[in-house]
Design a protein around this ligand. Sequence first.
Ligand SMILES: Nc1ncnc2c1ncn2[C@@H]1O[C@H](COP(=O)(O)OP(=O)(O)OP(=O)(O)O)[C@@H](O)[C@H]1O
Ligand SMILES: [Mg+2]
Length: 385
Amino acid sequence: MTDFHPDDMQVGTGDRFAFQKRHGIVGKSVEIREVVDTIMQVAPTDITVLITGESGTGKEVIAKAIHKASRRATRKFIPVNCGAIPEGILESELFGHEKGSFTGAVESRKGYFELADGGTVFLDEIGDTPISTQVKLLRVLESGEFMRVGSSEPRRVNVRILAATNKNLEEEVRSKRFRQDLFFRLRSVNMRIPPLRNRRGDIPLLVEIFNAEQPPERERLLITEDGMAALMRHSWPGNVRELRNVIESISVLEQGSVVDERVVAKYLHVDDGGEDDRMLPIALGKSSEQAERELIFRMLVDLKGDIAALHRMIEHLDIQKPLSLPPADPSPEPRIDISDKTLQEVEEALIAQALERYHGNRRLAADALDISERTLYRKIKDYGL
Ligand SMILES: Nc1ncnc2c1ncn2[C@@H]1O[C@H](COP(=O)(O)OP(=O)(O)OP(=O)(O)O)[C@@H](O)[C@H]1O
Ligand SMILES: [Mg+2]
């Protein structure tokens, strides 16, 4: 972490452009300018900053910029995903533990707060922190003190805390999932990052930069006016992350082509969970090599979706069950009377029948129905089966 820039300590708003460039914050909308001005004001201080905004709006980019533009820049920046670490482990990760404090604690270990001494701890997804840990975080924020798990000796470190969430913390406080005192303490400065759809003026610049960032061997895209207009009309529920991914996809598959409205439309999915398996259409008149590349890409896109579905399925899986697959029920398939049924009712009945036949095994049922497991999973949910 050597990219600390001495100029960052004395920037006035006139240097905003250089500052954005240095920290990779793209955007010239009023909203982004305000965000950058705030970063420049808070960075040199040790004040706690709460960054809120939808997923993909750049909360981590901003947290890093605050750290890099601070006196702590040469010390550690440690991001902690408070939502992803299981409750029992989070405290020992944050505060460390003493040898023998729990089964498996064969040695004493420093937590992130000690490791980041002199630097910054970024508490990401703070809204998902268990209440018991919230009490301890409040103590660190108020007194700078904490105790390792299994120790009663208070320790002190010099750490700056930044936090982020895409949850509405006021709402979490109302429903008692988040401590009000911690909320008040965290939001000494609350930076709200607006969704991309509320600052569409930033889209052309982001597109230009993401296009330029592609590997040098890849030909740059030529985006037409109506292509750009289509990009600007989209609602971007996944915000800047989604935009970056779309530009990357187009860049891989349409190398050097002219990207007009029609091309853009192929890559913008209004609702990924909607109809049947989404397939990117292959444009006619492509070379076989290019068509092949597209095919591989589609498979990767689908695979990504399938992995996500798999994760969701694993959550519901009873791991005590033996993993061997049950044989299909040999009883003859009852025929479904379709005379007075709607298409959806027939589909529902067929799915129910396949699930029954394969004892609820979704993979086998999906195979039998000749649909992907992801589609089956979605339909089970839709029909409430
Ligand atoms: N203003 C910006 N300029 C350039 N890149 C940006 C900007 N905002 C976001 N990005 C890019 O978008 C992606 C998502 O950003 P980031 O991880 O900071 O979002 P986030 O708000 O933390 O999302 P999540 O809530 O899902 O964790 C990253 O690739 C990041 O580089
Ligand atoms: Mg993030």
